[in-house]
Design a protein around this ligand. Sequence first.
Ligand SMILES: [Zn+2]
Ligand SMILES: [Zn+2]
Ligand SMILES: [Zn+2]
Length: 89
Amino acid sequence: MSDRGCSHLNAIESIRQPERRECEECVKIGARWVHLRTCQTCGVTLCCDSSPNQHASKHARATAHPVIASAQPSERWLYCYPDDALAQY
Ligand SMILES: [Zn+2]
Ligand SMILES: [Zn+2]
Ligand SMILES: [Zn+2]
C-alpha cells in the first residue's frame, strides 16, 4: 500500500463501507445530519462536522478510533483525526 501520510492510514487494507446510510446517533434523538462518515475501527456510521451534532468527531474523541472514511457515495477518502491526514483512494 502506498504512503498515505500516517501510520493509521497506512495500516488500512480494506475500506469499511457504511451498513446503513444514516447516523446511528442522530436517528436515536431525531436529529438531522449533512454528510456521513464511517469509523474504520468499529464500522459505525455517524455524521460529519458540518452536521449539528458532529457525532463522528465525538466518537473519535471518545473512543480513540483514529480513522473515518466518507460514507458519501460520491466521495472516496479517508481521514485520520490524530494526524489531521487525508487520503484519497
Ligand atoms: Zn494517523
Ligand atoms: Zn449524528
Ligand atoms: Zn469507531
